[in-house]
Each structure stands twice: as structure tokens, then as C-alpha cells.
Design a protein around this ligand. Structure first.
Ligand SMILES: [Zn+2]
Length: 88
């Protein structure tokens, strides 16, 4: 099964920050935020024989997590700023 590990990382970071950023719980907003963030990040696929340790290292790499967080926060701003102005 081929998996884009950037998607995994965006999911993870999103769950970490969703309570501290102005993000609504709407399925549409969550979907749009992740889509926008992923369009602004490089995809990352591992080769068949990549070890679990290497995959884990990818997800834990500090600089990468900071970049992903920045993209998710930026996307949340774009998607949810209007929702919040309406008093949601
Ligand atoms: Zn929203």
C-alpha cells in the first residue's frame, strides 16, 4: 500500500494544534485546511524496504514538523477566518 507520509504528518500536526488555533470542527473546514496545507508541502513516499525506524524519523524530524505546523496554521487562517468572523 503506497502512502504519502506527508499526509500522515499533516494529520498528526493538525490534531496537535486544532485546540490552540481558531479551527472549527466542521468536516468541510478540516478537509479544506488539510488539502491546502498538503498542496503547499512536498509529497513523501518511502521505498518498499524502508525501515519503520526511518519512517518514524521522518515524522519526528523537528524542522519538518515546524514547516508543517506553519503550513497548517496558514491554511487554518485562510479557511476559518471567515467562519470565526460570523461568530461561530
Ligand atoms: Zn471553519
Amino acid at each position: 500500500m503506497i502512502k504519502n507520509y506527508m499526509e500522515l504528518l499533516v494529520d498528526e500536526i493538525f490534531n496537535e494544534i486544532k485546540n490552540s488555533y481558531k479551527i472549527c470542527n466542521e468536516e468541510k473546514c478540516i478537509h479544506d485546511i488539510k488539502s491546502i496545507a498538503l498542496n503547499n508541502l512536498p509529497t513523501h513516499y518511502f521505498k518498499y524496504d524502508t525501515t519503520e525506524a526511518d519512517k518514524k524519523a521522518f515524522l519526528l524530524e523537528r524542522q519538518r514538523r515546524i514547516s508543517v505546523l506553519a503550513k497548517v496554521a496558514e491554511a487554518a487562517d485562510i479557511v476559518c477566518s471567515k467562519c470565526y468572523r460570523k461568530g461561530n
